[in-house]
Ligand binder design. Structure first.
Ligand SMILES: NC(=O)c1ccc[n+]([C@@H]2O[C@H](COP(=O)([O-])OP(=O)(O)OC[C@H]3O[C@@H](n4cnc5c(N)ncnc54)[C@H](OP(=O)(O)O)[C@@H]3O)[C@@H](O)[C@H]2O)c1
Length: 190
């Protein structure tokens, strides 16, 4: 079936190579049927290509197919996000396939995790979640931003830098005179 996205050239599954390499990429870390799938579809509709990461290939492949039906280019990457040391290689695989990563959505969740009432949370339970919910996201940000000109992409605009404050807004035309608040009568002691 041909993708329905009008940006795609007829007769080919994906756009011309040049255009294709240019379009932005979102990496969805923890791509399931819930939030992961919704984010993938939404960004895909905006012209993003989508990298889908989770452990079960079967479900990832199904999501890749669903996205393709809507004209969205996607690819599956199996990985266990509770292993932070494997993140650099995972991000390298995504970059090899798509050439870039512009947006990250990180939301792995499964039935193995249960929501613990705050009063029952203890150090052991918290420690269990540290690799996937703290260490791996740190590695993801590091791997994704490696090689990106962070000074250019995430710095303040030049005016901000020079003056340490935002540039002044352009002068406004004088509008109608402001109405003064009516004065309340002063309270007098009873
Ligand atoms: N869906 C909602 O309505 C909703 C509402 C509020 C908040 N949230 C939050 O949104 C986030 C996503 O939740 P969701 O249920 O919607 O998720 P989802 O996108 O349906 O799926 C998340 C996927 O993460 C994958 N995953 C779990 N552990 C993993 C691991 N160790 N390594 C790699 N992948 C792993 C699972 O696939 P595999 O098992 O194949 O790895 C799962 O399918 C969570 O943080 C959740 O708390 C969701």
């Amino acid at each position: 079936m041909l993708p329905s996205n009008p940006k795609l050239t007829s007769g080919s599954r994906w756009p011309e190579r040049g255009v294709h390499r240019m379009s932005k990429v979102i990496a969805v870390f923890g791509a399931g049927t819930g939030l992961g799938a919704s984010v993938a579809h939404r960004f895909g509709r905006e012209g993003f290509r989508v990298a889908l990461v989770a452990r079960r290939k079967k479900y990832l492949d199904a999501l890749v197919e669903q996205l393709a039906v809507g004209g969205v280019e996607a690819a599956a990457f199996t990985a266990d996000l509770s292993r932070p040391s494997e993140v650099p290689a995972l991000v390298a695989r995504i970059r090899d396939r798509f050439g870039r990563v512009d947006v990250v959505e990180y939301g792995p969740f499964s039935t193995e995790q249960s929501l613990i009432p705050a009063a029952e949370m203890d150090a052991a339970a918290l420690e269990k979640g540290i690799p996937m919910f703290l260490l791996t996201p740190v590695e993801v940000v590091r791997a994704v931003s490696a090689g990106v000109d962070t000074a250019r992409r995430w710095s303040l605009p030049p005016d901000h830098r020079r003056h340490g404050r935002p540039p002044r807004a352009p002068a406004q035309r004088p509008g109608p005179p402001r109405r003064r608040r009516p004065q309340l009568p002063a309270l007098s002691p009873r």
